[in-house]
Ligand binder design. Structure first.
Ligand code: GTP
Ligand code: MG
Length: 293
């Protein structure tokens, strides 16, 4: 296309920030004015299971849509999406990554609303803000996720106490005052003594938030000549409410935050390394399984 006299407005004024290479990219989205949004849609307090499951479904759709998202963690009206360290998604252009994530998430939220709230009209358009932060190594990305989960724990413990006190007849101000200066241990005691609630028995989704990642599951890929299912491990997007602060989850899921050299590792793992000579283009042809079904 020929350049017009106006073309300079792009050349001189448009800038693209490219996020630095070899960093994990986290996109964190957060509901705008969800205090109001949850109120006008009468969400359960402090946790609305349907609203949280809707957020989780949106996050699952994100992992299914964008293969470079390796992990997501969500709580309340926020979700963090971790892009793999070496991603070349839109050449790591920040504006593209942010806008695609936040718009896709929001569209899915609106589309799926009726699945989770069949008897509630969506009264206002939900909208989310987003930011991108880069983490240079495994320690910092793990610490980031731990920070969000600690926050989930602190807020949920407080909110559980607060709303139990309010539901039992205290005003919001009285409840706030009753909890002022209390530690985690005090809050657990308050729940146990006044309301016979053992905090650890509260639903794991409320206490731990939601983690979304690809998990190997045995999947029937075809049947043999006798009609017996033939199963193979396949990666499936999974939602779990587990501890991601300690090492156990990460030790058992090392494929999620694998650093660098992804292709080489993959090739080695599936045992075709000896067949692929170096410095060659590699073509992977995929062929649909059971497409007639
Ligand atoms: P901005 O993000 O700054 O626009 O403000 P916000 O109103 O979205 O508040 P913030 O993100 O700090 O916190 C999220 C708010 O959403 C909470 O304070 C709650 O009021 C509301 N919220 C999120 N999840 C639930 C839920 O499951 N039940 C209820 N009742 N409210 C929720
Ligand atoms: Mg918010």
């Amino acid at each position: 296309m020929a350049n017009s006299e106006y073309e300079y407005v792009k050349r001189e004024f448009e800038y693209d920030r490219h996020l630095p290479p070899s960093n994990w990219i986290v996109v964190r989205i957060d509901g705008c004015h969800f205090h109001r949004f949850s109120k006008i849609h009468a969400f359960e307090k402090p946790n609305d299971e349907n609203a949280l499951n809707l957020m989780n479904d949106c996050a699952t759709a994100m992992l299914e849509k964008f293969p470079d998202i390796v992990f997501a963690y969500g709580v309340s009206d926020e979700y963090s999406f971790v892009f793999r360290e070496e991603t070349q998604f839109y050449h790591r252009r920040e504006s593209k990554i942010l806008s695609l994530c936040v718009s896709y998430f929001t569209s899915v939220y609106v589309m799926k609303w009726k699945d989770f709230f069949p008897n509630k009209e969506l009264k206002e358009p939900p909208y989310f803000d987003a930011r991108a932060v880069c983490y240079p190594n495994l320690k910092t990305i793990r610490d980031y996720l731990a920070w969000r989960q600690v926050d989930c724990h602190i807020n949920n413990q407080y909110n559980t106490c607060f709303w139990m006190l309010v539901k039992s007849g205290k005003s919001e101000q009285e409840a706030q005052l009753a909890l002022k200066g209390t530690f985690a241990k005090d809050k657990n005691e308050l729940l146990a003594q006044q309301f016979q609630i053992k905090y650890d028995d509260e639903p794991a989704m409320f206490r731990k938030g939601s983690s979304v990642y690809r998990e190997k599951v045995e999947t029937t890929v075809k049947t043999d000549d006798y009609g017996n299912p033939i199963k193979r491990p396949r990666l499936k997007v999974t939602v779990a409410h587990i501890d991601i602060i300690g090492p156990e989850f990460w030790e058992n899921h090392q494929h999620i935050l694998r650093e660098g050299k992804f292709m080489l590792e993959f090739v080695k793992k599936i045992g075709i390394g000896h067949m692929l000579p170096p410095c060659n283009w590699i073509v992977i042809r995929i062929n649909a399984c059971q497409f007639d079904q």
